[in-house]
Every structure is written in structure tokens, then in C-alpha cells.
Design a binder for this molecule. Structure first.
Ligand SMILES: Cc1ncc(C[n+]2csc(CCOP(=O)(O)OP(=O)(O)O)c2C)c(N)n1
Ligand code: SF4
Ligand SMILES: [Mg+2]
Length: 325
């Protein structure tokens, strides 16, 4: 029961943020990278003792150019596809060492970090297996919506219409022609104890979810929106602006799924999706028809999320109605 795991959980406030930085400055991320900001917030929230498992991708490359490192905790670089498999092994190894009395019994948090390519595409099988086996670790997908490390190729998490080097926008194709894969829903279908979405513009929300995820026994999955000025073609000063707009437009709603119960952060007066799309040149070619199609899809998906909350968590809905009256 996650209620037992969370009995001592206290939400962070701006005044109680930890000072410790498991992921330190001096890394080589591009100026204004939203992904590294999200990574820092997760690491800070979970704290030490932690073992970080890092799939190949931007965050691994920028944090570990030998002989330097931005990781102030034990860290292992793994292949593009197997972060969840290695995290399972680390967690199992720790358990055995404790059982054999080789290390003291204490809570060492195992946290796997991977990009959207490493999660939604090549690492999905390893991730599904680890979730199904019920390993006790936190899996963090830092979703910058393409394979950025290797030159902005599309992934199955790239949104409809976005221009990448392998989904170009021109006379033949209008950018990405498929819809973003719904990773949180796929993780929820594994019936794991905790799934949440987060955006670094809402840093307290993100850090509280990361902390919760680390306290819950069993697998936890965080899907974090991670802006990328280099691949998305926006100014280096816009990380927070786009990370907020994506939530304000309901393109990336914030929610938690705790033992199957949905809790959605409400936004019943969303901004139009065009407000978000006009901030990034990867969407510069989008036609009014494309924007209309996306708006309808976003509205429908948000309503579905609310329906899921109504079905699974009627107590929250009732409470909110009481407050509104
Ligand atoms: C089996 C394999 N195929 C391809 C690569 C090359 N490769 C390394 S990182 C990467 C893309 C990473 O994308 P993502 O997981 O989204 O992380 P990001 O760099 O965008 O943060 C690719 C294709 C690899 N390392 N291993
Ligand atoms: S390419 Fe994008 S995600 Fe990668 S370090 Fe640069 S800004 Fe960050
Ligand atoms: Mg990516």
C-alpha cells in the first residue's frame, strides 16, 4: 500500500528545498536546456544515497566527458536501450548484498534516467519487463520529443506536425505525421504503484512527485517534459516559458496515477494551442487546419483524462465540487 510508504512524506515548499545537489553545475548542456533543469530537480528532490543509471543520450553525454563528471553520486552509463534492465540489476544486487550482510540495510535509491528515444522506442521492452517484474526503482523519462543527442531525429514521442531531420516539413511531408505515443498510459497499464507527469516550470510539483516516486516501494515512472532550444529552435531564454505554456494549453497535462487512481491538476480555461506552437520554429510551417486538428485532439484527450479521474478517484472530484460550490 502506498499510503504506508508515504506516511512520513512531507511536501517540499520553497523554504524546505534541499541544499544538496547530486547533479552539479559545470556540465556541458546547451545554454537554456530544459532537460538538464528537469534532471537537476529530480536529483535534488530524491537526494542521497542514490545510484543513478543513465542511458545513452544528451544527459549522459553532457554530464560525463572523461575525466570530468557532473554526478556527485554513484553513476553508471548504460547502452541506449537498457536503462531499465540495468536499474533492475542494480536494485536486485543491492538486495542480495544486504541479505548477505555485506552492506548495511539502508534505503539506497536507484534512479534510471533516459530520453524519449531510450524510453518510448528502443528501451520499451526493457522498461516493460522491469515494471512487470516489480523492481523497486524510479524510472525517469526526460522527454525532449526527439533523438537530440544524434541530431534531432524523430521518435515515437515526437508530437504531430513537429519538424525534425527525419520528419522534415516541406512539399511532401508536413513534419511528423504520427501522434505522440502515450507513455504514461502504457506504464499505467502495467499496474505499477506510481505514474506521474511533470514539467520543470512547476518545480515544486515536479520535485514532490519525484520524492514520492522514490519513497514508494516498487516501480515508479515519471514522464517529464524537457524543452530543447537546440532541437526545437527556440531562444535559450524560453525553457520556462514553453514548459509552462505546454501545461497551460493542456497539451501536456500534469497528473498522477497512484495505485490506479488518477489525480489531475485542473486547467479548465486552457490557452489555445497556437500560443504554444508559435514559440518554436519546429512548428513554424503548421497550417490553420493542422492547428485545428491538434486543438480538437488536445481537448478530447484532456476530457478523457478527467473521465479517468472521475472513474478511478471519485473522492477527489467530489472534494473539488465542494470547494467550487
Ligand atoms: C543501439 C543503438 N542505436 C543507436 C545509438 C545512437 N544513439 C545514441 S543516443 C541516441 C538518441 C537518444 O535520444 P533520446 O533517448 O531521446 O535522448 P536525448 O538525446 O534526446 O536526450 C541514439 C540514436 C546507440 N547508442 N545505440
Ligand atoms: S540538444 Fe537539447 S536536450 Fe540536448 S543538451 Fe542541447 S538543449 Fe539539452
Ligand atoms: Mg530525446
Amino acid at each position: 500500500m502506498i499510503a504506508d510508504d508515504l506516511k512520513d512524506f512531507k511536501k517540499f515548499t520553497p523554504k524546505t528545498l534541499p541544499r544538496e545537489e547530486p547533479f552539479v553545475s559545470g556540465h556541458r548542456a546547451c545554454q537554456g536546456c530544459g532537460e538538464v533543469l528537469a534532471l537537476r530537480q529530480v536529483a535534488k528532490a530524491i537526494g542521497t544515497p542514490m545510484i543513478a543509471v543513465s542511458a545513452t543520450g544528451c544527459m549522459e553525454i553532457i554530464s560525463s566527458p572523461f575525466p570530468q563528471t557532473a554526478w556527485a553520486v554513484p553513476w553508471i552509463h548504460v547502452a541506449f536501450e537498457n536503462a531499465a534492465a540495468v536499474a533492475s540489476g542494480v536494485e536486485s544486487g543491492l538486495k542480495i548484498l544486504v541479505d548477505k550482510g555485506r552492506i548495511p540495510r539502508k534505503e539506497i535509491k536507484v534512479v534510471a534516467f533516459a530520453g524519449d528515444g531510450g524510453t518510448a522506442d528502443i528501451g520499451l521492452q526493457a522498461l516493460s519487463g522491469a515494471m512487470e517484474r516489480g523492481h523497486n526503482f524510479v524510472y525517469v523519462c526526460l522527454d525532449n520529443e526527439a533523438y537530440m543527442n544524434t541530431g534531432i531525429q524523430r521518435s515515437s514521442s515526437t508530437p504531430y506536425g513537429a519538424m525534425t531531420t527525419t520528419s522534415p516539413a516541406g512539399k511532401v511531408t508536413p513534419g511528423q505525421t504520427t501522434w505522440k505515443k502515450n507513455l504514461p498510459a502504457i506504464m499505467a497499464a502495467h499496474n505499477i504503484p506510481y505514474v506521474a507527469t511533470a514539467s520543470p516550470a512547476y518545480y515544486l510539483d515536479l520535485m514532490n512527485k519525484a520524492k514520492k516516486a522514490s519513497l514508494i516501494k516498487g516501480p515508479a515512472y515519471l514522464h517529464i517534459y524537457s524543452s530543447c532550444p537546440t532541437g526545437w529552435r527556440h531562444g535559450a531564454d524560453l525553457a520556462i516559458t514553453v514548459s509552462r505554456l505546454v501545461v497551460e494549453t493542456n497539451i501536456f497535462p500534469l497528473y498522477e496515477i497512484e495505485e490506479g487512481r488518477y489525480t489531475v491538476r485542473k486547467n479548465n480555461q486552457p490557452k489555445p494551442v497556437v500560443d504554444y506552437f508559435k514559440t518554436q520554429r519546429r512548428f513554424a510551417h503548421m497550417t490553420p487546419d493542422m492547428l485545428q486538428t491538434i486543438q480538437e485532439r488536445v481537448d478530447r484527450d484532456y476530457q478523457r483524462l478527467l473521465q479517468m479521474e472521475g472513474l478511478t478517484n471519485p473522492a477527489v472530484v467530489k472534494e473539488e465540487r465542494k470547494v467550487a460550490e
